[in-house]
Design a protein around this ligand. Structure first.
Ligand SMILES: [Zn+2]
Ligand SMILES: [Zn+2]
Length: 368
């Protein structure tokens, strides 16, 4: 029997290459040959602090070719062998209200926090048959309820690997933040997520985009400028609030997007100050369990709307793929590195700022 190689997280910060049996593909399922699994900040977090002790094939931003498709799968879903596809990490139930709204990310079927039987690529145990539930592997199993998108012609698998941060950019800045023509925006954090937000806000017509980072982010802040940031601020070198107020003539900004990682309460407090006098909006990621001394009084007085970032919808993914296909921005400045299957450990560490320097977006390419 043919074997499939996969990189399995077996404990905190520990990866092993394991072999799995090539799965049987029933008529309503398919098999995807992996091309690129994008690595993001969530991988860094889940690698160091696994949410469960189960062995897991990580990799939740997955691009590949359909290697085998059951007849029912093709008939129902319209995907056939040879198609290049992006598979969302959410696996929908297809029946609930969220699924019908295209908001699979809220479906109980994929909610690993509350449902022990949930399926989500990159999160589900590699002990659950047919085992191939993550992108850090040569093949991935696609049940009938996998949520998929065609990758547009002319978009390479590596470029398509940016679809998740780009879709989050659309969801958070446009759908949640309401960024549009003439908006003024502060984007905190120039990682792949913050840079994707920069592209989306620019495309949507924002008149002012300010991107902040730390001294370590020098190269990333330069890329932010190439992608459309009007101003970049090194928060270690200057007072970010003073600079933002100077740039905006004392007005502050319409929208704040927090794309920082591991910066604690500081970005939210800065965002609260940097928002305009009344009715600004901030999208946060809520990384911390709680927030001591949260300035709720200021939030009320300034009439601030606070929203939580939470992945992406079907529509955001489709728009993100079109954004990639437009080739309108020099996104090759973002797709900086690729790694092979035996380099998963160093790849994740590098995205987390340790290991290979100056990684913005890393592609895990299992056949490399
Ligand atoms: Zn991710
Ligand atoms: Zn559902």
């Amino acid at each position: 029997m043919e074997e499939v190689l996969a990189a399995v997280r077996v404990g905190p910060g520990k990866t092993e290459i394991r072999e799995f049996p090539m799965p049987e593909i029933p008529a309503d399922s398919a098999l995807m040959k992996m091309e690129v699994a994008g690595i993001c900040g969530t991988d860094v977090k889940l690698y160091q602090h696994p949410p469960s002790p189960a062995p897991v094939i990580m990799g939740h931003e997955n691009i590949g070719y359909i290697a085998k498709a059951g007849r029912e799968f093709t008939r129902r879903k319209g995907f056939k062998e040879g198609d290049l596809v992006f598979v969302e990490h959410y696996v929908s139930c297809g029946k609930c209200e969220w699924c019908h709204l295209g908001q699979y990310r809220h479906c109980e079927n994929t909610d690993w926090r509350h449902n022990p039987d949930a399926i989500r690529y990159g999160y589900t145990s590699a002990e659950k048959p047919p085992y191939l539930w993550g992108g850090f592997a040569q093949y991935m199993y696609l049940p009938w309820n996998a949520v998929m998108h065609h990758v547009p012609r002319g978009v390479s698998p590596e470029l398509a690997g940016l679809v998740t941060p780009m879709a989050n950019g659309i969801e958070w800045s446009l759908f949640d933040g309401g960024v549009g023509y003439n908006s003024t925006v502060l984007i905190q954090g120039p990682g792949q997520q913050g840079l994707s937000q920069t592209v989306i806000c620019k495309q949507a017509g924002a008149s002012l985009i300010i991107v902040t980072g730390t001294s370590k982010d020098k190269a990333r802040l330069e890329v932010a400028k190439l992608l459309g940031a009007d101003h970049v601020i090194d928060v270690n070198a200057e007072d970010p609030l003073a600079r933002i107020l100077e740039i905006t003539g004392g007005k502050g900004v319409d929208v704040v997007l927090d794309c920082t990682a591991g910066a604690g309460t500081v970005p939210v407090l800065l965002g609260m100050e940097a928002l305009k006098r009344k009715a600004g909006l901030m999208v946060v990621q809520g990384e911390m369990a709680d927030f001591p001394n949260f300035p709720i009084g200021k939030m009320t007085v300034k009439f601030v709307t606070l929203k939580s970032a939470r992945g992406h919808s079907f529509k955001a993914c489709e728009l993100a793929l079109q954004q990639l296909a437009s080739k309108r921005f020099p996104l090759e400045k973002v797709t900086t590195h690729s790694f092979g299957l035996d380099q998963v450990d160093i790849a994740i560490r590098s995205v987390g700022g340790q290991g290979v320097p100056d990684v913005i977006h890393a592609s895990l390419m299992p056949w490399k």
